[in-house]
Design a protein around this ligand. Sequence first.
Ligand code: ATP
Length: 240
Amino acid sequence: MTPPTAVVDIHALSVAFAGRPVLTDLELQVRRGDIYALLGGNGAGKSTTLSVLLGFLKPTSGTVRVAGVDPAQAPDAARAQLAYLPENVALYEHLSAFENADYLLSLAGRRAGAGAIRDALRAAGLQEAAWTQRLAGFSKGMRQKVAIAIASMREVPLLLLDEPTSGLDPGASADFHTLLESVRARGTTVLMVTHDLFGAVEVADRVGVLDHGRIVHEAARAQFDLPALHAHFSGRARAA
Ligand SMILES: Nc1ncnc2c1ncn2[C@@H]1O[C@H](COP(=O)(O)OP(=O)(O)OP(=O)(O)O)[C@@H](O)[C@H]1O
């Protein structure tokens, strides 16, 4: 079977909580191999969109596919297609980077050799000295590298990122963007939700602005227009 062109395919998605609409006729397609940044202010509906993709929330109406799988019908199968990194990556504090990878991969049903784990940690840019250190002293950027190493070993088609650069200094953000580019170069599709307009413009192939549960502006890299993006992101375009 040919894999679908859009790894994330959301069509006419509406979600309401107790009758209050939070997403309304949302259209969002992320093409295979793209990095898509979904920008939105507080309460725009970003986390709700991620919850639907993860199969935790069922749409009120509309269709959603993750690599061709409907997360509302088959949440486990949809989750098997993706790696999800929440804002604060969840790993075992008392285990080392290497042990986290070994253990979490075995939970995901993957056995990986020591050499493959070292290769993945190296490719994710984690310094060798940190591989055997407990996570407790790791920065957010280091934790993300461990999580991305694990995700790359699972060989999933989609990486979902929630606010990946919040709390990172500019150097760590730039490192993270370089890492995302290498993830994309291996063919993984990335959907990140973020408040970081400048980071989005730096790394994304496509940016969408979510406002009150709808995409109000979308642009591909060649058409990025920072003032227009900012106007939509800040809500000034709506007010005008
Ligand atoms: N379980 C829920 N029950 C009721 N309302 C909810 C629920 N989850 C989210 N909402 C509401 O839905 C709207 C969108 O929330 P969501 O968390 O998706 O926004 P967000 O874009 O992720 O915001 P933030 O950037 O602040 O995290 C908000 O008004 C929120 O209060």
